[in-house]
Design a protein. Sequence first.
Length: 273
Amino acid sequence: MNKRDKIFLSIIFAVYFIAWFISLKHIPPMDEAFSTLGHRWVVNIGGFAFNPATLINAVIVFLIVVWIALSVREMKLVPDRKQSIIEWLFDTFYEMVEDTVPDPRFVRSTFVVAMTIFMFVWVSNMLGSFPGIVFTGWENGKLTEIGIFTDTWQVPTADLNTNLTYALLVFVISHAFAIKAKGFKTWLKGWFEPNPIMMPMNLIGELAKPISHSLRLFGNIAGGAILTYIFSYMVKYFLLPIFLWGFFGLFVGTIQALVFSILAIAYISAQLT
């Protein structure tokens, strides 16, 4: 990390700390704060309903990932600390994929998929550790309030739609790789093995993968956010909520991003076996 990056991050953290300190004086009563818990801001355009807050935060995550990629674009012959961490992370993931995927032709492709998913999920989870812009709305499309530094960012992975999108992406990619590796006839025959009567069970088993894949991440992230929310108002944003922000955002967020990516590698490998 060069001097410019350190100055930039120092300014960001200073602004966050000042805004967080000011927001302590405007904490609403618990009954008012919890009146909107569980409500989502949903906008319906032409029969297509979506949560704009999730979309906005997903764009922010994308921009952060792009910024990270640009900041490490130029590798040095003698790596510094930042480059060493990134190289270690990439090497670890690549070795994991290489040891798991049985077909060498798909090692690089699987690595790219798993690493990309890890970065997006990890950065999404990290947002839950910092105060940010909070949108409060209703399912009729009405936006009632925009809070600045009154709570942590609304984590995209706390929305089941985001996680299900990632899981379905892994599901489609895994079967596309299987068709390319085995051929369409062999892939189709696999649905009826070991006996044609098992076809419904095989179908249910495959459809259960993206469902469990997405619900696992959703339950951990959304559950952690709700627990932090409750404890925050119980002790008025003192030491415990700050610890919980760090625990659920940094530690649990990193673990869940890693687990989600490892499962993606396992599902792709299972289709190639």
